[in-house]
Design a protein around this ligand. Structure first.
Ligand code: ZN
Length: 694
C-alpha cells in the first residue's frame, strides 16, 4: 500500500496517518534554515546551498522536482555499494513499467527518443515544443496515458508534422502505431473502471491479451484459487500476463528469468547478486537471495518466503522495495506493477523520534487530559522516516511519499509490516512549491521570516509528536468499547485531531528545548501559524467547489482550526484581518493559543475515553465538515494565480562510482542532474533491456 501526494481537487483515502506531510502544496513552504543550531541532533545535514534548484521545470499539469540524498556520506563504502547496486537493479527493470502500462509504449517512446536525439530542424517552433511536451508527458507517466487520470495524451501537433520528423531522423513507426498516437478512439483509457465498457477490455494496460473479457478472467482465477490455502493464500496472478493459448484457453505468461521480461530480469538479478554480496547482515542477505530466487523462478511460494524474510530484515541502515508490487494499475487488482525504491535510514529523524519516544511518559503525565484518561505506561509508537536514494518503475518519476508493505494480509498479521515515510521526497516537494503560498497567505513579514527560519523543523517536530506520542497516548475508561464501536465514522478524524492536539500542545513547551530537540519556542510558533492557516484556509484548495470536507485528516484540521479560532477570536488569541479583499489570520497571543489547544485536547480525549458519540459527532460536524463558499472561492482564486501545477515528479540523483586503477570501486560521487529530458534520454540509453514487443 502506498501513500500518495494528495492532489488539488482529489480526495484520497489514506492508509497511513502520516497524511499531514502529504499535502505540502497547501502548507507554508518550509524554506531553508539559515541558522546552525548548536545541538547536533537538530543540525540539518542537507546540502542546502542557496543555489540548489528544487523545481527546474514545469510542463502541462506537472512540475519536475529534484531531491537530495542527505546522509549518504555517513555510510561506509560497503553500504554505499549496497545502495548503488540496489539503485542499478531498480533501473534495470525500468522498461517493464512501460510495457506493463501498455503494449505499444516502448515502441512509441523509442521512436520519440530517436527523433529527439537526431532532429536537426527548427527547435523553436510551436510544433517542436509540443512534440517535446508530448514526449515528456510520456516519460512522466511511463506510457502514453496520464499517470493519474489514465486518459491517453492528445498530441498537439499533426500527424504530418510527426511524419516529417520521422523522415528527417530515419525513425520507423508503422501506420498502426500512428493511429494509436493520433486516433483518440483507440485504447484511450489505461484503466477503465466503468463496468459498462468492460473492466478488462476497456483498459489499455498490458495485463491481459486484448481479446480477453472480464468474465474469462474471473473464471480463470476462481479456478486457480479453488484449492487455495485459507490461512496462507498465494498472491495469484501477481507476476504474469494472462494470454490466450493456441487451444483457445487462457494461460499465464509468468515474469521470470526465462519467461516474460526475462531480458530485463536478467539485469535485475545481476545487480541484486552484487547487492547480496555486500549486504549489511544475514537477514538482509537472506531476503535478497530469496528475491533473486523469485526472479529466477517466478514462484509465488518463493515470493511469500521472500516477503517474510524482508519484513524480518530490520537491522540495517539500508532497505529497499523491488519487484512487482502494487496492483492499482490492474482494473481487476491481480497484477503487480514493477517498482523500485532504495531507502537509507533518516538518521536525524530517527534520533528525533527516539528522544521523543523516550520522554513519552513525561508528555503523558503533563498532558491537560483528565487523570483517569492518562496511560500509566506509554510506549512510543515506532515510525520510520527514510531517505530515498533512487526510484524506478512505477515509483518514478511520480512517487509515493509513504509505503506500507507487504500487501499480503496473512503476512502482515503473522509477521508484521514495514511502514516508511519518504522524508527527503516530502521535503523536496515542499521546497518545489516555492515561497509563493507562504507569501500569499502569511499575515506579515514576521510570520514569513519565522516560517523561513523555523517552519521546516516545526513541521518535523509536529510529525514526530503526532506519531510517536499522540497516537500512543491516552486510555479508554473501563467498560467503554473501542472508538470504532463507540464513535463510528467520527473515530478516525477524532483520533487524528487528538494526535494533532498533543503535538500542538507540546510544540511550544520549553521541555522540547530542554531535550535538545529545538533551539527555541519560535519553532512552535511557526507551527501554530502554519497549522491555523492550513486548517482554516489553504487546505481548501483540495476541495472541489460545492463539496464538503470528507477526508479524515482534513476534517481533523478543519475542526481544530475552526474551534480554536472561534474561542481565540473572543479572548484575544487570534484575529482575522481583511486587506485588499484578502483574508489573513494573525495570531496575537501564542500562550493563549496553547491553552486553547490544551482545552480541546482534554475534550477530544474525554470523548474517546468515554465513547461520547454525540459530542464527537457535534465537534466534527459543526467545525470540520462544512466549507464556507465565500472563503473557499477566495482561496481557490488566490492559489490558482500562483500557478503551481498539481502533479509532481522527480529527477533521480545519480551515484557515480569512483574507481581505482584495477577497477575496484573506492567511493561515490553524487550528481544532481537538472534536466529531466537528459535524464530520460540517459536512462533510455543505459537501461533499455526489453524488445519493443513482449
Ligand atoms: Zn495520525
Amino acid at each position: 500500500m502506498r501513500t500518495s501526494f494528495i492532489l488539488v481537487l482529489v480526495v484520497l483515502v489514506l492508509a497511513a496517518c502520516s497524511e499531514k506531510v502529504t499535502a505540502p502544496i497547501t502548507k507554508a513552504p518550509e524554506v531553508k534554515t539559515p541558522t546552525e543550531p548548536k545541538k547536533p541532533m537538530i543540525k540539518e545535514i542537507l546540502n542546502e546551498s542557496k543555489e540548489f534548484v528544487w523545481n527546474p521545470e514545469n510542463f502541462a499539469d506537472k512540475k519536475i522536482i529534484r531531491y537530495q540524498i542527505p546522509g549518504f556520506e555517513k555510510l561506509n563504502l560497503k553500504q554505499k555499494k549496497l545502495v548503488y547496486y540496489l539503485t542499478q537493479a531498480g533501473l534495470a527493470g525500468r522498461d517493464i513499467s512501460y510495457d506493463q502500462n501498455y503494449r505499444h509504449n516502448l515502441k512509441i517512446r523509442r521512436a520519440l527518443e530517436n527523433i529527439i536525439m537526431n532532429y536537426k530542424g527548427d527547435k523553436d517552433s510551436k510544433n517542436w515544443q509540443n512534440l517535446m511536451t508530448y514526449t515528456k508527458e510520456i516519460w512522466f507517466a511511463s506510457g502514453i496515458h496520464h499517470h493519474y487520470a489514465t486518459d491517453k495524451f492528445v498530441p498537439e501537433f499533426s500527424r504530418d508534422y510527426f511524419k516529417e520528423c520521422m523522415d528527417a531522423t530515419g525513425t520507423k513507426l508503422s501506420d498502426e502505431m500512428l493511429d494509436v498516437i493520433f486516433d483518440p478512439t483507440i485504447d484511450n483509457k489505461k484503466i477503465n473502471l466503468d463496468p459498462a465498457k468492460g473492466l478488462v477490455k476497456g483498459s489499455a494496460v498490458n495485463f491481459y491479451d486484448a481479446d480477453i473479457t472480464e468474465k474469462e478472467v474471473d473464471e480463470f482465477y476462481s479456478n486457480l484459487m479453488k484449492n487455495k490455502s485459507e490461512d496462507k493464500p498465494l498472491s495469484y496472478g501477481l507476476n504474469s500476463k494472462v494470454v490466450r493459448g493456441a487451444d483457445g484457453k487462457l494461460m499465464e505468461k509468468v515474469y521470470h528469468l526465462n519467461g516474460m521480461y526475462g531480458a530485463a530480469i536478467k539485469e535485475i538479478i545481476k545487480w541484486l547478486e552484487l547487492a547480496a554480496g555486500v549486504a549489511e547482515n544475514e537477514p538482509q542477505e537472506k531476503a535478497l537471495r530469496l528475491l533473486i530466487e523469485y526472479y529466477k523462478t517466478g514462484s509465488l511460494e518463493t515470493w511469500d518466503a521472500y516477503n517474510v524474510a524482508w519484513v524480518k530484515a530490520t537491522e540495517g541502515d539500508i532497505d529497499y522495495i523491488n519487484s512487482f508490487i502494487e496492483v492499482y494499475n490492474d482494473p481487476k487488482g491481480y497484477k503487480g506493477s514493477y517498482e523500485s525504491i532504495v531507502e537509507i535510514n533518516d538518521f536525524d529523524a530517527s534520533e528525533r523520534m527516539a528522544v521523543v519516544s523516550k520522554s513519552a511518559q513525561w508528555f503523558e503525565d503533563n498532558s491537560p487530559t483528565l487523570p483517569a484518561h492518562k496511560k500509566k505506561n506509554v510506549v512510543g509508537v515506532s515510525y520510520k522516516v527514510v531517505t530515498v536514494a533512487g526510484e524506478a518503475g512505477d515509483a518514478s518519476p511520480s512517487t509515493p511519499i509513504g509505503v506500507n508493505l507487504p500487501n499480503a494480509n496473512w503476512i502482515r498479521a503473522a509477521h508484521g509490516s514495514k511502514s516508511v515515510s519518504l522524508g527527503n521526497i516530502v521535503y523536496a516537494y515542499s521546497q518545489a512549491g516555492g515561497p509563493g503560498m507562504l507569501k500569499e497567505f502569511a499575515h506579515d513579514e514576521e510570520e514569513i521570516e519565522r516560517a523561513k527560519k523555523y517552519g521546516k523543523l516545526g513541521d518535523k517536530m509536529h510529525t514526530a509528536l503526532h506519531e510517536v506520542v499522540g497516537h500512543a497516548s491516552g486510555q479508554i475508561e473501563a467498560g467503554v468499547g473501542t472508538p470504532k464501536e463507540t464513535l463510528k465514522n467520527y473515530a478516525s478524524p477524532l483520533e487524528e485531531a487528538r494526535a494533532d492536539l498533543v503535538a500542538l500542545y507540546y510544540i511550544t513547551d520549553p521541555k522540547l528545548v530542554e531535550l535538545g530537540l529545538m533551539e527555541s519556542i519560535e519553532v512552535g510558533k511557526a507551527e501554530y501559524d502554519s497549522y491555523m492557516k492550513n486548517g482554516y484556509m489553504t487546505q481548501l484548495t483540495r476541495i472541489t467547489p460545492g463539496n464538503i470536507i470528507e477526508q479524515a485528516h482534513m476534517r481533523d484540521r478543519s475542526m481544530v482550526a475552526h474551534w480554536v479560532f472561534e474561542r481565540g477570536e473572543k479572548n484575544g488569541a487570534i484575529e482575522k484581518v481583511t486587506r485588499d479583499g484578502k483574508t489573513y489570520l494573525n495570531i496575537l497571543d501564542y500562550d493563549k493559543m496553547r491553552v486553547l489547544f490544551g482545552e480541546l485536547l482534554k475534550e477530544v480525549q474525554r470523548i474517546k475515553s468515554q465513547g461520547d458519540y454525540k459530542a464527537g459527532r457535534d465537534l466534527i460536524e459543526n467545525y470540520g465538515v462544512q466549507v464556507d463558499p465565500v472563503i473557499h472561492k477566495e482561496i481557490l482564486d488566490r492559489s490558482s494565480k500562483l500557478g503551481i501545477p498539481p502533479y509532481g515528479g522527480f529527477i533521480n540523483p545519480v551515484l557515480v562510482p569512483t574507481k581505482a586503477a584495477d577497477g575496484e570501486i573506492t567511493g561515490f560521487k553524487i550528481e544532481y542532474p537538472d534536466s529531466f529530458t537528459e535524464q530520460m534520454l540517459d536512462y533510455a540509453k543505459r537501461y533499455s533491456f526489453l524488445p519493443n514487443e513482449n
